[in-house]
Design a protein around this ligand. Structure first.
Ligand code: UDP
Length: 309
């Protein structure tokens, strides 16, 4: 296969490219480096099955040659990033998804949308099955990301139903691991970087809000299986093991042996109180489930940040 990955220099996009290349496929990577990092794809220079194009998918996009898949992973994805780039976030979810779908249709390629657990907003159903429609504040600061991804899902289903494009939608839950940017702003990278640099670990609010953290190799395997063997219905891919943010801070303190204190900071607006994927669908459809524990994954991520800091 020859597949296009948008957001190819990002955390997930770059790991996904590696996964396709490892199976003998060819990858065209596309990124404009708003939040992507050239270091994430440096190891692919000289790989004859990998091409890179610097381009913004939110503008008209032409790609030469045949494509079997278009995987749309471009978007600021950390709350800090989409607050800093609100318009670009709305555009890449809306215009970028439209362009990527148009490209898939023109090439007769399968389309794959990277959606998010944020479509569930601050959820009133727990854990979240795919059938839950969510509780999103459209005009809050997170709305730029949440609504862009909800629009992207609607657009993907419209291309599927109206144009008959073969489509997939993954709802990605909190994922962490090597190649996150140290100043990405998300909780796992923040805590590890703070611990390793001797800064206080910043718990927002009382730290009793929960998240369910998936190690990147598990997430990418689920995504790859969904692309290959899934269907058009949205599918949650994430790790159902749920932790409070304070538990995560304590784990990072233990595993790094840091002397940094844990301090509290104000809770950001509309911060979801709980989040846990119901992965029944992925288990049944894809015979997939996560294998890496939080302790193991955080240890591997600490090793990565020790090298890059
Ligand atoms: N958080 C925190 N300290 C930080 C960064 C984040 O306590 O330095 C909290 C944040 O308020 C949220 C959770 O950790 O409750 C996960 O935040 P993240 O930005 O990683 O992603 P989200 O799941 O909110 O999209």
């Amino acid at each position: 296969m020859r597949v296009l990955i948008t957001g190819a220099a990002g955390f997930l996009g770059s790991h996904l490219a590696d996964r396709f290349l490892a199976d003998g496929h060819s990858v065209v990577g596309l990124d404009n480096f708003i939040t992507g990092n050239p270091d994430n794809i440096a190891h692919l220079a000289g790989n004859e099955r990998y091409e890179f194009v610097r381009h913004n998918i939110s503008t008209y996009t032409y790609v030469a040659g045949p494509l079997d898949g278009v995987l749309h992973f471009a978007s600021p994805a950390s709350p800090v990033d989409y607050l800093e780039h609100p318009i670009a976030t709305l555009k890449v979810g809306a215009l970028g998804t439209h362009n990527a779908l148009g490209l898939a249709k023109a090439k007769g390629a399968r389309f794959f949308l990277a959606s998010t657990s944020e479509v569930y907003g601050d959820p009133l159903v727990h854990p979240q099955p795919e059938s839950y429609w969510g509780n999103v504040n459209p005009i809050g600061p997170r709305g730029v990301y949440d609504e862009a991804k909800r629009f992207a899902e609607a657009m993907t289903m419209a291309y599927h139903r109206y144009h008959g494009v073969d489509t997939r939608i993954v709802r990605i839950f909190n994922t962490y691991g090597p190649r996150m940017r140290p100043r990405d702003g998300r909780v796992v990278s923040n805590f590890i970087v703070q611990a390793l640099t001797g800064e206080p670990l910043t718990v927002y609010g009382d730290g009793r809000q929960t998240r369910s953290f998936c190690y990147v190799s598990d997430e990418v395997e689920g995504i790859y299986r969904l692309f290959m063997n899934g269907d058009a219905e949205p599918t949650n891919i994430g790790n159902p093991n749920e932790f409070t943010v304070r538990q995560l801070a304590e784990l990072v303190v233990e595993l790094t042996g840091t002397k940094s204190p844990i301090v509290t900071r104000p809770l950001p607006t509309d911060d979801p109180k709980v989040r846990q994927p119901d992965i029944t669908r992925a288990r049944t459809l894809l015979a997939w489930e996560p294998a890496v524990s939080l302790r193991e994954g955080v240890m591997r991520t600490i090793e990565y940040f020790r090298q890059v800091l």
